[in-house]
Design a protein around this ligand. Structure first.
Ligand code: FES
Length: 156
């Protein structure tokens, strides 16, 4: 698999900001996940290894170390639930339990119907309005279980 030309162009610019080309791997993994179906496939890891002059196992080592990278395809809707301190103090544990119950998932899992993936995430910078989730790339803050029900109820 070849990386899309658009990503290659981005990465060519990205690596100019680092003393070593390989230092751009993490942002490149993020971009691949965003652009290539919401996960980092083995083919993508191989293509990144070739681009960065690394062994595929080195890319896998990085991608599998950080929980923000998904190594399996996500469901149709990705619900990222912040579980850092501000959100935790304002009910993130209960919110996570509620989201999992409503969607039929477990943290880092996908529902059997493929509709939802629930992903615990670190601080998203919205602490002032904790607790929060990122639903398909859009932040929802000051959440309650009732607000989550409304959000999920509106999804196809
Ligand atoms: S701790 Fe949840 S957004 Fe910062």
């Amino acid at each position: 698999m070849a990386l899309p030309a658009k990503l290659i162009q981005e990465f060519d610019e990205l690596v100019t900001h680092y003393p070593e080309k390989r230092a751009g791997l993490i942002p490149a993994l993020h971009r691949c996940q965003e652009e290539l179906g919401g996960w980092v496939s083995p083919d993508t890891m191989e293509a990144l290894a070739e681009y960065f002059g690394l062994e595929p196992v080195e890319v896998y080592g990085v991608a599998s170390f950080y929980p923000m990278f998904r190594l399996t395809p996500p469901g149709k809707h990705v619900i990222s639930v912040c579980h850092n301190i501000s959100c935790e103090l304002r009910g993130a544990t209960e919110l996570m339990e509620h989201v999992c119950k409503k969607t039929g998932t477990k943290p880092y899992g996908t529902s059997a119907d493929g509709k939802f993936t629930v992903w615990p995430v670190e601080c998203q910078g919205a602490c002032a309005n904790a607790p929060m989730i990122d639903l398909d790339g859009v932040y929802h803050e000051d959440l309650t279980t009732e607000k989550v029900d409304k959000l999920l109820g509106g999804l196809a």
